[in-house]
Design a protein around this ligand. Sequence first.
Ligand code: MTE
Length: 319
Amino acid sequence: MASVLPRPFWHLPDATVTPEHLFHSRRDFLKSMGFIGGGITAGFPLIGAEPTPLLPSLANSKPKRNPDFDPKDPLSSESAAISYNNFCEFSTTKTRVRELVGSFRIDPWTVLVDGLCEAPFKLALAALATAFPVEERVYRFRCVEAWSMVVPWTGFQLSKIIEKAKPKSEAKFVSFTTALRPEEMPGVRRLADYPWPYTEGLRLDEALHPLTFMATGLYGKPLPKQNGAPVRLVVPWKYGYKSIKSVVRIEFTSKQPSTLWETLSPVEYPFESNVDPKISHPRWSQASERRVDTGDRVSTQYLNGYADLVGSLYPNRKG
Ligand code: MTE
């Protein structure tokens, strides 16, 4: 199935539902690999105590807006941002995700930071709100499906985590993994042929860039589950699927990591995935985008309008 082009997120036939016995053997395999349960988190120092009342700790902090990143664009409406979501572990119907995240447990939560680094560690939930300087940033966000929004994220630079872990000189990439709990994520059973868990990756220099953000909040409130609670990546100059939700692992690697979407269709969803209006998706133009709340059509900008900040990462490319 991995060789078949996936339809992006919608209209998946019921025939893709895995029979129960096949589902369980796959689950056993994932468990044995440590992707389900606590296996991969054993043996590293833990920062922040568990269990933790996440919501009060994040809600009480009033992070200051960092004006350095303010775009000229008007903010999108909060209601649109929290009710029109891509989170295929729950549903491929954007408006249904919000209804299906109810039983997804985000406390306790641990993010494992490991791989090719001198100082691997585990971040518990409390540490997400307290271990790094938290601020608010308004970013443009552009989905590969040609819709977009402008929203205020609360969180911290990914570089803070990277600096703490001290990557070794062989580390050239960073791989990210989403939690995989099929009992709480109905979409995982439906999309049984997808290479779960959801994974993404960046070059190390992209991951270290000050724009690259770990979000724990949205519109000054704790991040809603449908938007990737308790912590997600936000890479505003790349298509939205790079901004992986509900992260449980950050791993330093020497080789380019495989990602869920690139594994499914490298032509449609390549690893780099920088926003570029001149490069069409094989099935649609990327020249313009539709704002999720107003429906306004706006021209798409090279690197989603962040070329002045990140253009030097791609010296051979022109917008
Ligand atoms: N992360 C996970 N784990 N699963 C997903 O399906 N969808 C991606 C990205 N992160 C996705 C994910 C896509 S395609 C987009 S456009 C954004 O999340 C959507 O983020 P939003 O729902 O907060 O707007």
